[in-house]
Design a protein. Structure first.
Length: 701
């Protein structure tokens, strides 16, 4: 019998602790973390460099595309065209440069005969392209330059002769000063004129030096300032020609007065013809200067001094777009008056297309803002109740903009064949409580006159308090001339709940839907437009004109038509008998046969008086970071489209980047917005929590 052999148990021994392993592990972890941090810093450094970044847009969903109007315009171009973008690489951020390049590349693709040049004024390698561009401008305006040079040469020669004349005759006049008659305004004027004539004899060369300086070129000014030279010389010649003519006429009268001092009578009898002869010569030299057409080349040269701009050169004309209208400001900031200075991002398509169209037209339309305000509307005013922004937008689109305060001066006169659009800016509603002023009555009469004679008018209207004084509002009669009922006795107000127990009366209306089949509506549809103190504009007599309702306030059980404009703030419940139960038209376009011809007259009526003012049109909203956008982009869109349509320039109507730069969702109900808000607030954290639970369960298994 054998016994089973037992295997001896293996004794497990625990290795002796090594005290140096724990510090080594900590050092290893520290080196690892430092390495990771170093890698992140290096990657971030290179990632911030624009040349190390690239973007792939496989679906082309973010690719810029020109509007159909711009594509149609480019397809119709004849001859050689050039868009020269003068832009400093050092002062423009990479994002803006990429946006500019993208827009310009679309222009180059759409028009084979259009060439794009990118010139960096601070880069010496761009000097040859820059000089070639200047040489091309001089060739295009060669005939005009010849006319300017001839007129300026003749003017300089005439002024030099005038200096010799002043040197000779001022000395003779000074010796006779004590013998001149003591009474009479003419003698006093002559005493004041004599020292000035002597000053011309001694310092007249300064005028000629300024003219020569304007006609010269240097590194800072690549193109002569022909307009500046013409203005200096024409003003000096014409003004002193008038002075000499008046002096000659006075001396002729004095030569017939026997009671004068014999020496004075002898002098005036001998010299009056010389004064008139010299005056006539100076007027002959000044007249060609005054008749010279404006030279766009001078404006181009002035803008080129700033270094950055966009130059559009056509076959026979050119124009320039200042960099301040093209390029964005880096950030938004509060100005000294408490307003917000908003950035204007690259508005290339609108501005470049407008510049090309302006070169195809003999004259861009003139826009005249007519009003009865005591202060100008083109200057900054309190609470931004001005038209500074509107003027800037119109001028950047190449329109000629004028302001006319009715009753103080004659209305602006357009060039032959130049379309004119009259924009009516009525007085504020608060002023109507004192009754119709003489200035406002003149404005009413001028507006009615222009409608009756067939002019194009953009008629804006405020609610009015004249009915509270028992007076009839003459503005309503102006609207009736084109078949419109403009109810100035009532304004649209809306009760907005701020809490369950509180409500606030809102006096503004926002409209984004312009669904009419009309060029203006197609340009503004989807753009939020803000109207303040809104009234209804109803077509009541279609026989007078063909009318199209461009925009209307939809029915709203919280909105009503209020007659008590002064006490509306005290309303706590919506008046049942005034609720807005049907759409209320607020923007109407009217077209009818011209009273004096075979063409058509166009009218646009808006039931709000201040929708173009800066306080509404320039309001901004933050869209993240330092970027801001216009809150009401439709205000300027409506203005531009309406003015272009009124000027019978339908091809100028095109959606602009003012509203295209920030995409807005439309048709989203409050219920859907609330649902998506809760989904984002609870769904995203919930997904993270569920993922964590799943990972925990997996590791437990």
């Amino acid at each position: 019998m054998t016994s089973a052999r037992r295997t001896p148990a293996v004794e497990r021994t625990t290795p002796a602790p090594r005290p140096w392993r724990r510090p080594l592990f900590g050092l290893n972890l520290l080196i690892f973390l430092v390495s990771i941090a170093t890698i992140l810093v290096v990657v971030n450094y290179f990632a911030r460099r624009s040349e190390m970044r690239w973007t792939v847009d496989a679906t082309k969903t973010r690719a810029y595309s020109l509007s159909p109007q711009s594509q149609q315009l480019l397809a119709s171009l004849d001859g050689e065209w050039t868009i020269a973008m003068l832009l400093s690489h050092d002062t423009t951020d990479p994002a803006t440069r990429r946006q500019i390049d993208e827009v310009l590349s679309r222009y180059e693709r759409a028009a084979p005969n259009l060439h794009v040049q990118r010139i960096d004024p601070s880069d010496p390698s761009s000097l040859s392209a820059y000089e070639a561009l200047i040489a091309r401008l001089q060739v295009i305006y060669g005939d005009t330059i010849v006319d300017y040079d001839a007129a300026l040469d003749m003017g300089e020669e005439s002024f030099s002769e005038f200096m010799l004349f002043a040197q000779q005759y001022s000395a003779q006049l000074e010796r006779l000063m004590d013998r001149l008659p003591r009474d009479g305004a003419e003698a006093d004027k002559l005493r004041a004129r004599t020292p000035l004539l002597a000053q011309i004899a001694n310092q007249g060369q300064l005028v000629l030096d300024e003219v020569q300086k304007s006609r010269g070129v240097n590194d800072a000014r690549p193109v002569p300032d022909y307009e500046g030279a013409r203005s200096i010389l024409a003003t000096a010649l014409w003004q002193w020609g008038n002075e000499l003519a008046d002096t000659g006429a006075l001396f002729r009268q004095w030569s017939q007065r026997p009671e004068l001092d014999p020496l004075v009578r002898q002098y005036v009898s001998r010299s009056w013809s010389e004064y008139e002869k010299q005056a006539e010569q100076m007027h002959r030299a000044a007249d060609p200067l005054r008749r010279l057409p404006p030279m766009e080349l001078s404006r181009i040269g002035t803008e080129l001094q700033n270094g950055e701009a966009a130059l559009v050169v056509g076959p026979d004309r050119a124009t320039i777009i200042p960099a301040g209208q093209l390029l964005p400001m880096v950030s938004a900031s509060n100005d000294v008056e408490g307003g917000i200075a908003f950035d204007r991002r690259f508005r290339g398509e609108q501005l470049i297309s407008a510049a090309i169209r302006s070169l195809q037209l003999d004259h861009m339309p003139m826009v005249v803002f007519m009003h009865a305000e005591p202060q100008p509307l083109f200057a900054r005013r309190d609470q931004q109740f001005d038209l500074v922004g509107a003027k800037l937008v119109l001028e950047s689109s190449r329109f000629e903009v004028r302001e006319w305060r009715v009753g103080s001066g004659e209305p602006p006169v357009a060039e032959p064949g130049q379309p004119v659009v009259w924009v009516v800016m009525p007085p504020q509603p608060s002023r109507s409580f004192r009754g119709m002023t003489p200035e406002e009555q003149k404005l009413v009469n001028e507006v009615a006159l222009r409608i009756e004679r067939g002019d194009s008018v953009l008629l804006n209207m405020y609610p009015n308090l004249l009915h509270r004084l028992g007076q009839k509002n003459p503005w309503e009669a102006v609207g009736a001339l084109v078949g419109l009922q403009m109810d100035t006795t009532r304004a649209v107000y809306e009760l907005v709940r701020t809490s369950d127990s509180e409500a606030q009366v809102q006096k503004w209306q926002w409209i984004s839907t312009y669904d009419a089949d009309h060029p203006i509506a197609r340009a503004v549809n989807g753009r939020q437009t803000c109207f303040g103190a809104t009234i209804g504009v109803r077509p009541v007599d279609p026989a007078l004109s063909r009318m199209t309702v461009l925009a209307a306030i939809p029915p709203n059980d919280q909105a009503w038509l209020e007659r008590d404009l002064l006490g509306a703030d005290r309303v706590t419940e919506v008046p049942v008998d005034s609720v807005l139960v049907e759409p209320l038209p607020v923007v109407v376009a009217s077209e009818r046969r011209h009273p004096e011809g075979s063409s058509t007259q166009r009218i646009v009526a808006v039931g709000s008086g201040g929708w173009m003012m800066s306080n509404l049109a320039d309001a901004v909203v933050s869209v993240g970071g330092e970027r801001i956008a216009l809150s009401n982009p439709g205000n300027y869109e409506l203005m531009l489209a309406s003015i272009a349509w009124l000027a019978h320039q339908d091809d100028l109507i095109a959606p602009s980047p003012i509203s295209q730069e920030i995409a807005r969702l439309t048709g989203v109900s409050d219920r859907a917005r609330t649902m998506w808000s809760w989904m984002l607030l609870t769904g995203v954290p919930g997904l993270c929590l569920m993922f964590g639970i799943a990972m925990w369960s997996y590791r437990r298994m």
